[in-house]
Design a protein around this ligand. Structure first.
Ligand code: NCD
Ligand code: ZN
Length: 449
């Protein structure tokens, strides 16, 4: 029996090496990686013309919105943006309307997503009010929990360390990671109030209120609470050296802890905000070049585990506001993340191995996404095919995302995803979506075996 598809005349990134040959796919899985002569016969043969095949890229921080936030983004436009950007699996955040915070709300979201998605999607949940209900949410298939510390999203009182500790213990028992948006609510609120009293409502006031110190404060607090639990704590969009040192020290003491950086924190400094204004504001905001360089050092020293986009689309009307306190923070990132990183590979700042580790291997490990993150026989046939030589310019008017703006607008990039395969099916070819919605699958946390 011939297999479904053979991709031949390719270069393949297999465990740190680049092999020349091809890959056979059957029933959505990789069944053979071999030199051309050793590949099985197939119903469909695709000539990859020596392009490079990477493990399907995973973006562990995405706001797909939909439901009552469909004007910002929906499952179809969000996952179209993902596959256009070479991303095959996304993890969706719970700050939706309604908030994802119970078995019922999670089930509803999965049902709505399933027929619409082009990429594979796993879901974060916020914590439910009742700690005992955490079991049900996990049984329903939540991949991880997300804890916001700037404001309460979900049922858990974020000011109560005892409750946080109970929730972490439960998550540890069930072996579900907890991702944290670390900014201390009281410090931010006090700072915002002080700025407002002085009539300050510009980008600079926002930067002062969302300082690196409010992040480090929250990181320190959460690490303290996490010590007597076995939970894996993952810090989202870390943006200061102080936080990284705290996280690294905790890890050395045996705590299960990881952290993430975004392309915008690595590549943009707050100097740019003067020109870009509120459109480019995101939470946490971009830092100065010193901090940015320290983030790069942490990437190179593998103290930052993953890079994720924090794709946070908003209506343009919510991005441009006279007072910074009325604008919604967040920028889209799905369609620029991989090309930006590949550009850094071409410039010599990153190795291809680092990009694959940060955006495929490590996110698969941290969020326990079995069968993902590597090109391996038996693994899911999610593939990101890139042309390392192709140049492009960031043009947000061409985004599949509903958010047609970007802090990277006009940037010249070198290195582009040119084909994306999801479960063995080609969904993107040279920037065009070539599959029907419903090609993606819902990921559910697998019960321990
Ligand atoms: C996020 C959003 O828009 O959902 N925005 C952001 O700036 N990162 C919310 C959040 O994570 O604070
Ligand atoms: Zn966040």
């Amino acid at each position: 029996m011939p297999v479904d598809t053979v991709l031949y005349n390719a270069k393949l990134y297999v465990e740190g090496r680049i092999l020349e040959g091809g890959l056979a796919v059957d029933n959505g899985k990789i069944v053979r990686i071999a030199k051309e002569a050793n590949l099985p016969s197939a119903t469909r043969r695709v000539d990859l013309r020596r392009l490079l095949v990477l493990p399907g890229i995973i973006d562990a921080h995405v706001h797909l919105r939909d439901q009552l936030r469909s004007p910002d983004e929906d499952f179809y436009t969000g996952t179209s943006a993902a596959v256009a950007g070479g991303i095959t699996t996304v993890l969706d955040m719970p700050n939706n309307i309604p908030v994802t915070m119970s078995a019922a709300s999670l089930r509803k979201r999965m049902q709505l997503a399933e027929p619409s998605i082009l990429a594979d999607v796993g879901f974060f949940s916020a914590f439910p009010e009742n700690i005992e209900a955490i079991d049900e949410v996990v049984k329903e298939g939540a991949i991880a929990f997300k804890l916001y510390l700037t404001e309460q999203i979900g049922g858990l009182n974020i000011d109560d360390d005892k409750l946080l500790s109970q929730a972490f213990k439960k998550a540890g028992e069930l072996d579900v990671p907890v991702a944290v948006h670390a900014e201390d609510r009281r410090m931010v609120e006090d700072a915002v109030e002080a700025e407002r009293k002085q009539g300050k409502n510009d980008v600079k006031a926002y930067l002062r209120a969302h300082s690196p110190e409010v992040e480090a404060e929250a990181v320190g607090r959460i690490l303290g609470v996490a010590y007597d639990s076995n939970a894996h704590i993952h810090f989202c969009h870390i943006s200061s050296k102080k936080s990284i040192i705290l996280i690294h020290n905790a890890r050395n003491k045996g705590l299960r802890v990881s952290c993430e950086a975004t392309p915008h924190h690595l590549l943009l400094s707050n100097e740019k905000l003067r020109k870009l204004g509120t459109l480019a504001l995101t939470d946490p905001p971009f830092r100065n070049d010193n901090i940015r360089n320290e983030l790069w050092d942490a990437v190179k020293e593998a103290k930052i585990d993953i890079v994720a986009s924090d794709h946070a689309p908003h209506l343009m009307a919510h991005k441009v506001a006279l007072s910074v306190w009325n604008m919604k923070p967040g920028v889209p990132g799905l369609e620029t993340m991989l090309s930006l990183l590949l550009t850094k590979v071409n410039e010599g700042q990153l190795t291809l191995g680092e990009v694959v580790r940060l955006t495929a291997e490590k996110p698969a490990e941290i969020f326990q996404l079995r069968g993902r993150g590597f090109l391996k026989e038996g693994y899911i046939a999610n593939l990101t095919v890139v042309d390392m030589h192709q140049q492009s310019r960031v043009d947000p008017s061409q985004f599949y995302s509903k958010a047609k703006y970007s802090p990277f607008e006009g940037w010249s990039l070198k290195g582009l995803p040119v084909r994306t395969f999801i479960n063995g099916c080609q969904v993107m070819k040279e920037g065009e979506i070539v599959a029907d919605y419903g090609t993606g699958r819902i990921l559910r946390k697998e019960s321990p075996t």
